[in-house]
Design a protein. Sequence first.
Length: 420
Amino acid sequence: MNAVADRTWFGQPRGLTILFLTQMWEMFSYYGMRTLLVYYMTKELLFAQEKASFIYGAYTAMAYFTPILGGAISDRWLGKRNAVVIGGGIMALGHFAMAFEPMFYFALGTIALGNGLFLPSLPSQINDLYAPGDPRRGRAWNVYYVGLNIGGFMAPLVCGTLGELYGWHYGFGAAGIGMFAGLVIYLLGRNYLPPELQRRAVPATPLGGERSDRRKVFFLLLGVGIAATIFRGAYEQVGNTLPLWIDTGVDRAWAGSVIPMTWFQSLNPLLVIAMTPFLLWYWRRRSDLRGDTPPAMRMAAGALIVAAAYLMLALVTALSGEARASWLWVVAFFAILTFGELHILPTGLGLFAKLAPPRLGATTVASWFLAIFSGSLLAGLVGALWSSASHSGFFLLLAGLAVAAAALLWWLDRPIRSLS
């Protein structure tokens, strides 16, 4: 396949469109199910809030732990294409199983297992679409990231509305249909995707004086991973305890009707789509004038912005007392949170790739998922405090976690820059 000459969609190879649409529908299914999960456990299965939050955290943690193993299985045995098909099929089965109460735990495990094969194997095909040095590659990741958030934007509107108004099982069924649609698109478009590359053994070279540098890189990445873990303990509450507050503590009345509580989950991906072009323009202009912002400092700034979002909720809930807060505060919260998220999460992944030692690039990048895994577990444990703390106190705790992450990233900035 001539990757350079194959131009059909915004000047990009046709295969990017296939990967874009496949991932879009996978994200539709994942976020559709995640939007309903806490509500389903507390309202339908009648789980205690503490138990529901812990299960949510454990599920999201496993969804990001299995890709570490799945990536190795894909590279060593299955190949990327087979891993996507098998993983997507397993996830579709899990989503449909969510429609049946007795299969609840089986369904969660099945989705996490399938995601382990699917998540690392689909985006890793993007680079193979381009010849070395092709300038379109960087823009391709921006296009691909928009696809993720289009799926995340649609999911609460479709799956959330069906689940909230007609029954939770209809919402889960819609998520399964979305995953199945993505799988069909992938199978139909396989001829436009890059061929599987033969794995070649890389000859070992003596480490020599590089050993101390590698040890330093390891500890710096460990520090960034710990900061990301602390940050995600606060950030992941957007799908855990924040929906509970929206349900019971927010006045959702508007124009004579009530806004479905699940619709607010669409705000984050919508704002990602809206803010990303502006931030890319701003960072490019700033780089031309004053140079790039060091990645650790950009991440620290993002964590502080997220802390400000939670601090705002702490003040709103404290001042509201027993009254419900206006839904406009939820919109303001997501606007601030998303702005901070775009500073820290994509930058963190890029930092892991930048600091990766030679011949360990894939392993180093995959270790970023460990931070998401541990952060999701922390979010589940922190979320269990929701019922035993005041709302203002809980949101203040989340702001404190984000500040702690920012402080650690600020402390790591200078040693990270010394390696650049």
